[in-house]
Design a protein around this ligand. Structure first.
Ligand SMILES: [Zn+2]
Length: 114
């Protein structure tokens, strides 16, 4: 069973490999300098976003280990699955999955801090 880090790396490398493959396939045609720049800048954006997603996913593991307590009343909350949202980062817009929790006592949902 590969570790979580190995799984993240394999997924990231597959995404990067597909981008490199696509760029090299385009390079078999005659390209203007502008077209080469467009290909390189597109790949830079995509790699940045893929790396951002992988690092966000890596950080999320800490919150999965134990149920956080409610920030209002301190009771342990129930896991309510994950919610996706778009995050604007300096490395581009990235969709991330965040764990979501519910406090039965307060009848309120919370995202864990951080
Ligand atoms: Zn509560």
């Amino acid at each position: 069973m590969p570790s979580r880090r190995e799984q993240l790396k394999a997924k990231l490398m597959a995404e990067v490999e597909a981008l490199v493959e696509e760029a090299l396939a385009k390079g078999e045609d005659t390209l203007t300098m502008e077209a080469i720049e467009d290909i390189a800048l597109f790949a830079r954006d995509q790699v940045g976003q893929a790396l951002t997603r992988s690092l966000v996913a890596q950080q999320a593991k800490a919150g999965d280990a134990e149920l956080p307590s409610c920030p209002e009343c301190g009771q342990p909350m129930r896991a309510k699955g994950k919610k996706g949202r778009y995050l604007c980062t300096r490395s581009g817009e990235t969709r991330i999955e965040r764990a979501y929790f519910y406090c039965v006592a307060c009848r309120r949902g919370h995202f864990p801090p951080g």
